[in-house]
Write a protein that binds this ligand. Sequence first.
Ligand SMILES: *Cc1c(COP(=O)(O)O)cnc(C)c1O
Length: 339
Amino acid sequence: MISDFRSDTLTKPTPAMLQAMFSAEVGDDVFGEDPSITALELKAAVLFGKEAALFCPSGTMANQIAIKAHTSSPGELICDQLSHVYLYEVGGIAFHSGLSVSLTASPLGIITPEDILARINPETDLHKPITELVVLENTCNKGGGSCYELERMQAIGKTCREKGLKLHLDGARIFNAAVAKGYSPIEIGAEFNSISICLSKGLGAPVGSLLLGETGFIRRAKRLRKLFGGGMRQAGYLAAAGIYALDHHIDRLAEDHSRARILGAALSELHYIEEVFPVETNIVIARLNASINIPDFLKNLSEMGVKAVPFGPQLIRFVTHLDVDDRHIDYAISVLKKI
Ligand SMILES: *Cc1c(COP(=O)(O)O)cnc(C)c1O
């Protein structure tokens, strides 16, 4: 048995999703003629109460397009030190947009309005780049799938509007947060100028992300997508998987969360585990005793059919997803107990 917890990006399309892909109507999307992509963009925009949306090949591209479309160099954006846009997008903030970054150090990556207020550069100071954009990540991957409360997002939205800052949400796993916390996409959409969502994580589509925002913003984003080489042609086959995922795979995320809680609780009982981050969604991060060599540990684990990834000093990460069921959890726990 293989229990693969390395990432929720590993899922393969279900037979029903594949069927939807096979029967997709397609056209050339650079000409604006792919009905499946158009339908997916409209569906996602309506879901979050935004005017328009743009289908992108990856979440990284959607985030980087958003950052560039919202800002002008020399400027600065505020995000947490744990954020994906800062850590895992190859320095794209500097490379694509020529911005500097002011990092917050908020617990589990969840920023406060005060964190933002403390980092806004006064426009009168000629030494400083102008603060233009704030990026939140919900759920926060490096925070162990930590979630924002709706009230916190609303308070940050208000702060950004008052201070004239744009606010982008890296919502790669926003549906995990919405299901865990019980807020609606419309409530989330109201607070942000733009939102990126991943179809290829917990929702189980093979490829694709969406960027959502106002019409003028999405028009600029579309040109940037072409600049980045992300204008796709008959990608409606992929969009059809995204439509299927939005229709069928959101509510079931609660199952991933309860399995993650079971795994997290079992991990916290083990003698070689020092700490398990609070399990709020589908990510479980555990800190191992200093005596344990992480690469050796993960190699042993993998040889016994349980896969996880290293995630920082003495940290390992497990992610539950569509292709993990109760048997995978039971098996993993039995292996972790005897290793
Ligand atoms: C996965 C992820 C992304 C985008 O990743 P891609 O692999 O480029 O699709 C962005 N932000 C977060 C928090 C993620 O976990």
